[in-house]
Design a protein around this ligand. Structure first.
Ligand code: NOJ
Length: 509
């Protein structure tokens, strides 16, 4: 495993909402640079920045119009170069967001590809050639739009304005001339074009990519067989040309993504992992509304067994696509949740604002294709000044609604309050960096089953270098025999002796 990953703790930044330095109401790259010291002090040494490339922003930037240019609203390519330089100066690595599965309909490739006259980009997207023809193997399509779909129907990857790039079909139907095989020249050209995009940003100094919808590239691909082979090719090029760079997939199935060559994969709110049982639907970390964690643990243990030390399984606090971790948990429960997140293996990912317990705003007006995700993408709450210190723009010009609660959490207030969620996160990242047993590639052994009403107890590390973690989110005290005689390195709530009080957690050694 790439060495720096063994101690990486990530912070995800949604650039629109992080920090605005030019008063236009939207976050920017100079804003991220200004807050690098904050990120470092939080104990994070790596960033994932959501797409910041030229785009019409129909899907918040996941609809790229030009892979090679920073969106003017965030700054310039020079600002990105400076961000990378300043981040590295502080020991912070930076992953950009690569969206290889689709572009915006405004991308030059698509504009050329939609023309009925044959050209270099005709096969860059998947066109049926006939507006009446239905597709199999792609979930939906756009077609019949004069001026956009001269060539019939195009396969879509996500929203209708995000046509799928053409990497070919796993088992092309010979009767359907438009289904390219994975090694047809058109499909290979798409792969080469995406490799060039990767090379461009890696040469500028970025440290790798979070890869959007990594599973989606090859169509009609049962069990992802061909998609896995495709990523192995991408990885081979990276290993040769940028051996220190890393890839993390939005895939949610590490048993596929890690053999495909990803260094890490997320467990997510969709897919087979039961991730939502941790902090969301009926969360294990809630006292009043606690659910069991058995299914999540069964999956997690199995997937770790299957992937071994070939790659990491990462559990994020949240991301820009799901409700916030604070939605169903109290501030105290958040501290228990972070004690878990920051003591389990895999690289932890903290979604901006989760470290102060920013709220999920329900039912706010949609911004940039966010739909219900908009409530997790609100401006970062830095302090008690205008717009929570996010921007000097008039409040009605902000990118997204600000949490209107006058008691909304802020970085400034929490930094001054001992025992706040923010201070707890800072202490826990330090604890993790100081104790090798807690770090990303060290083993974990669960000593309990994840039943509601019982403590979740696990062991980290190996040999003499072992620590124990016990977390009791329930409203009743429980007995945890393994705590007997051990010294407490860190506690949330009351963690003395063998009895773990209600809503308490400890790390002991
Ligand atoms: C996953 C991204 O995280 C999400 O925000 C986006 O809308 C879709 N992929 C489409 O790119």
């Amino acid at each position: 495993m790439t060495d720096w990953l063994k101690t990486a703790v990530f912070y995800e930044i949604y650039p629109q909402s992080f920090y605005d330095t030019n008063g236009d109401g939207i976050g920017d790259l100079p804003g991220i640079i200004k807050k690098l010291d904050y990120i470092k002090d939080l104990g994070c040494n790596a960033l994932w920045i959501n797409p910041c490339f030229a785009s019409p922003f129909n899907d918040a930037g996941y609809d790229v119009a030009d892979y090679y240019t920073i969106a003017p609203r965030y700054g310039t390519n020079e600002d990105m170069r400076e961000l990378l330089r300043q981040a590295h100066e502080r020991g912070i690595r930076v992953l950009l967001d690569l969206v290889p599965g689709h572009t915006s309909i405004e991308h030059e490739w698509f504009k050329a590809s939609m023309k009925s006259e044959k050209n270099e980009f005709s096969e860059r997207y998947i066109w049926s050639g006939c507006p009446w023809e239905r597709f199999e193997g792609v979930s939906h399509v756009i077609g019949g739009i004069n001026g956009i779909c001269e060539r019939g129907t195009a396969a879509v990857n996500f929203f209708s304005t995000q046509p799928a790039l053409n990497y070919g079909f796993a088992n092309p139907d010979p009767k359907k001339h438009w289904q390219l095989s994975v090694d047809a020249p058109g499909a290979v050209a798409t792969r080469e074009a995406m490799l060039d995009v990767m090379r461009f940003w890696l040469s500028m100094g970025c440290d790798g990519f979070r890869v959007d919808m990594a599973h989606s590239l090859i169509k009609n691909d049962k069990d992802s067989v061909e998609t896995i082979k495709l990523w192995q090719k991408f990885r081979a090029v990276m290993d040769k040309e940028f051996p220190d760079a890393v890839l993390i997939s939005e895939w949610g199935e590490p048993d596929k993504s890690i053999p495909a060559g990803f260094h890490m994969d997320f467990l997510l709110h969709f897919g087979p992992s039961h991730y939502n049982d941790l902090f969301r639907e009926k969360p294990f970390f809630s006292g009043k509304n606690q659910g069991g964690l058995q299914k999540f643990l069964a999956y997690y243990k199995d997937i770790r067994n299957k992937t071994g030390d070939r790659g990491m399984v990462c559990i994020p606090s949240g991301n820009h696509d799901m409700s916030r971790i604070a939605h169903k948990l109290t501030p105290h429960e958040l501290k228990l949740a972070f004690l878990f997140l920051l003591t389990v293996p895999g690289a932890p990912f903290i979604y901006y604002g989760d470290e102060i317990g920013m709220r999920y705003l329900e039912d706010i007006p949609l911004v940039e294709g966010g739909y219900e995700r908009t409530g997790s993408r609100t401006p970062m709450q830095w302090d008690g000044t205008l717009n929570a210190g996010f921007s000097s723009a008039p409040t009605n010009k902000l990118y997204n609604r600000l949490d209107p609660d006058k008691n909304r959490p802020t970085v400034k207030a929490q930094a001054q309050t001992q025992g706040s969620v923010l201070c707890t996160v800072r202490e826990l990242t330090r604890l993790r960096q100081k104790n090798t047993a807690l770090q990303n590639a060290e083993p974990i052994e669960f000593l309990t089953e994840g039943n509601a009403g019982e403590a979740l107890v696990f062991e980290r590390g190996s040999g003499k270098n072992k620590l124990y973690v016990a977390i009791n989110p329930s409203l009743k005290a429980v007995k945890v025999p393994v705590l007997k005689g051990k010294s407490v390195l860190y506690a949330v709530g009351d963690g003395k002796g063998e009895v773990l009080q209600a809503q308490s957690a400890v790390v002991v050694g």
